[in-house]
Design a protein around this ligand. Structure first.
Ligand code: 26V
Length: 749
């Protein structure tokens, strides 16, 4: 890419009286066009990342940075009287829900940076993840019309549109390509559904509610739509270049399935090979085995996709036939391998009247991975036990990572500048970040680090003031729990812990308590009753504390609205403590934990997901680990767990729980939560996520942090040690592992 030419064009733009949105589009188009011309589409061998979500966030600053022109453009604009930060009001492509979608975006960024040919395939939703407002303490959802400012980063490829056939309609899949900038320019291809009104609905909303038959059918259509478009395209490309010797297909293409949503790609692949090209079924499966790989991102039973056979039969009869055939083939193969009846059933693709998508992936895919060490072990031991017994060579671990370009260089310029002086070369070679460790013995440099944190906190406070109308308590310790709202992540436990701190402060038990701010950011699925109740509860606690003059200069709770990638960028830079408190065994990895670590927050959390590896690298003594580990949780689950036993010895915990009975409960949320915690509800036992097992230790950890923070320099050392140990959690490392062990692709630049 010719930087000079791009800068000249931007310099030549007339900015006089121009609307910021128009200017945004003009600048973006100049950069996007240059990048798109640079995209190399045909390496000899490539990997394709199929994902129903790509949580990209804002492209503008990131792409300018990747193009190496961010500071120059900033200067050019400043000369013209435009502040580059004005573009912050624009766009934030939220085509994803949370971790899985953001991981996909980090991977594309890292592959481009590493010069690896990795292409993304997904859906171009008209509306991304809903915009959240908190009104009267309740979550309210508004549509996210992310394209309202234009979409200058995408190129519509009408010439490459394809038709996707359902039994009841034909849908056009029109690709939109977004260049992914880096050492090598790759692209992300998102398909938009076009045709009649029903056809368009397929790419209208991210994650439509699937608790009704209509919702399920739409979700199946979405999954098949993009999987079939992408796989069909790759096969056509292969045939055009190499003819019909499909045995060579895996030499040119590796396809990574990001969870089970794109698993229809396997069925479509088998359908095309066997029906259109008459490849024998068994041979087609063998080719698929060398082509497809699967990443699991959750072990929660309710998140494991099962599709009723009758739905698939209705809209995708040929795919239904392929899946049934694959089920018979799998059963035969497994019996021949020596599996018992129970084992075959546990791996069966067709079970009851459903197709189990994870079992399709596990039976076919060459490599299967979890996303953190503990998670990869759990899927072998539990979720896919039989498969791991008979096909151990298929299973591996790929611990997640995050891109330091967005999550450190871009979001934290102050810390980046410090790193430039203390860990020279870290931008090019991220391992060098460990040089920061040197400053742990240099009081002057530590002081500098502390000032960087303060500066980021002030910026965060300004941002929060602008969005929420409140400022952070000055000089406070900032704790953050920002992530999707889910019971297993235990935001409710944090709410109880804060309530206990509040009781203690009121009783005057913590005279030296350093002012503390707890930040929450979380969206709940619109139909997730209990999660919405937890949001309301946190807001009620925030209001109770804010209204109490005896403590409100010591303790503050803020629930930020519409937590998204851009908000995350500010919060991770300005926080001291990262709250990662899931029930051990249930958080596959977490990636927020890594972003906080890189930005110098200590982890206060359980031995779960990647937290375990974080403390392995940064030292348990530099973090605050508490709570039951996975073995204990397993044993409590097996031998009976009764929250009442823990509550009996802990008056403050009882009082915290009782808040659910004292706050007004217009919508019945608290009554249900209270019942769930004490007597159980539906298929959940009382306190299904073991909050009261861990709550006491959680409160103790928070008090310890508060005390340790008094020695600011010593606490800063812990924070610095976390940053210095974060190289392993770069998604550059993760993507290199995928490239070497699974895809066998090389630096093609
Ligand atoms: C999905 C659903 C859907 C239905 C109801 C409950 C439920 C609960 C969890 C999920 C998770 C979807 C998959 C996902 O985003 N997993 C996240 O993937 C991240 C990237 O690997 C990982 O860091 C997170 O630990 C994991 O939760």
């Amino acid at each position: 890419m010719n930087k000079r030419q791009i800068l000249q064009k931007i310099n030549a733009l007339d900015t006089e009286g121009k609307d910021v949105i128009v200017l945004y589009n003009e600048i973006s188009e100049i950069v996007a066009e240059a990048a798109y011309k640079d995209a190399k589409t045909c390496p000899s061998r490539r990997a394709c990342y199929f994902s129903i979500e790509f949580l990209i966030g804002r492209s503008f600053y990131n792409n300018l940075m990747e193009a190496g022109i961010l500071s120059e453009v900033k200067e050019i604009l400043a000369k013209k009287g435009v502040d580059i930060s004005e573009f912050e009001q624009i766009e934030d492509a939220a085509l994803g829900n949370g971790g899985l979608g953001r991981l996909a975006a980090c991977f594309l960024d890292s592959a481009a940076a590493e010069g690896l040919p990795l292409y993304g395939y997904g859906i171009r939703y008209k509306y991304g993840l809903f915009r959240q407002a908190i009104e009267n303490g309740y979550q309210v959802e508004y549509p996210d019309d992310w394209q309202r400012f234009g979409d200058p980063w995408s190129f519509r490829r009408e010439d490459q549109a394809r038709t996707i056939e359902f039994a009841d309609m034909k849908v056009r899949a029109v690709p939109y390509d977004m260049p992914v900038l880096g050492k090598r320019t790759n692209f992300l291809r998102l398909y938009q559904a076009e045709g009649g009104e029903e056809a368009q609905k397929i790419s209208e909303y991210l994650y439509p509610a699937d608790d009704t038959k209509e919702g399920k059918l739409l979700r199946i259509r979405q999954e098949y739509f993009f999987s079939a478009a992408a796989v069909g395209e790759l096969i056509d490309q292969f045939v055009a270049k190499h003819g019909k010797r499909f045995a060579f297909f895996p030499r040119y293409y590796s396809i990574q399935l990001n969870d089970t949503h794109p698993v229809f790609a396997i069925a479509e692949f088998l359908r095309i090979l066997t029906v259109s090209y008459k490849v024998p079924f068994q041979k087609a499966v063998a080719i698929a085995q060398k082509t497809f790989h699967y990443t699991n991102h959750t072990i929660l039973p309710e998140a494991l996709e099962c599709w009723p056979e009758k739905y698939i039969k209705k809209i995708l009869p040929q795919i239904c036939a392929v899946l049934k055939r694959l089920d018979r083939f799998a059963r035969r193969t497994l019996f021949a391998r020596g599996c018992g009846d129970g084992e075959v059933e546990s791996m069966a693709i067709r079970s009851g009247q459903n197709f189990r998508m994870a079992n399709v992936a596990v039976f076919v895919c060459g490599r299967i991975n979890g996303v953190a060490k503990i998670h990869s072990e759990i899927i072998k031991k539990e979720l896919f036990q039989t498969a791991a017994k008979y096909f151990p060579e298929r299973f591996c671990n790929k611990t997640n990572g995050v891109t330091q370009r967005r999550w450190l260089m871009l979001n934290n310029p102050a810390l980046s500048a410090l790193l430039d002086s203390c860990a020279a070369g870290w931008r090019e070679k991220f391992d060098k970040i460990s040089d920061l460790r040197k400053i742990e013995d240099d009081p002057f440099a530590i002081e500098k680090f502390i000032r960087v944190k303060e500066e980021n906190k002030r910026a965060l406070s300004d941002y929060i003031f602008q969005k929420e109308g409140v400022r952070l308590l000055p000089g406070a310790i900032v704790y953050a729990q920002v992530k999707r709202l889910h019971e297993y992540k235990r935001q409710l436990m944090t709410a109880f812990a804060i309530s206990e701190l509040y009781f203690k402060l009121k009783r005057g038990e913590c005279p030296d308590f350093a002012p503390s701010v707890f930040l929450f950011g979380a969206k709940s699925a619109p139909s997730y009753f209990r999660a919405k109740g937890i949001i309301k509860f946190i807001n009620a606690i925030a209001a109770m504390i804010a209204a109490d003059e005896t403590v409100n200069q010591k303790l503050q709770v803020i629930f930020v609205q519409n937590y998204n990638v851009s908000y995350a960028e500010k919060i991770v830079a300005g926080s001291d403590v990262s709250l990662q408190v899931s029930t051990a065994g249930l958080e596959a990895s977490g990636t927020g934990n890594m972003k906080f670590m890189m930005n110098g927050a200590v982890t206060c959390g359980t031995m779960d997901g990647a937290n375990i590896e974080i403390v392995e690298h940064a030292g348990r003594e530099n973090n605050y680990i508490f709570g039951a580990e996975v073995e204990e949780i397993d044993s409590l689950r097996e031998n009976g767990y009764d929250p009442a036993e823990y509550l009996a010895h802990d008056e403050d915990a009882r009082r915290a729980l009782d808040l659910l009975r004292t706050f007004p409960d217009e919508k019945g949320y608290y009554t249900e939560l209270y019942a769930f915690l004490t007597i159980g509800a539906s298929w959940h036992k009382p306190d299904h996520y073991f909050i009261f097992r861990d709550l006491g230790e959680y409160v103790a950890a928070l008090i310890k942090i508060n005390a340790d923070y008094k020695d600011r320099a010593d606490f800063a050392k812990k924070q610095i040690e976390n940053i210095a140990s974060s190289a392993y959690f770069s998604s550059d490392r993760t993507i290199r592992e995928y490239a070497a062990d699974i895809w066998r692709i090389k630096d093609e630049k």
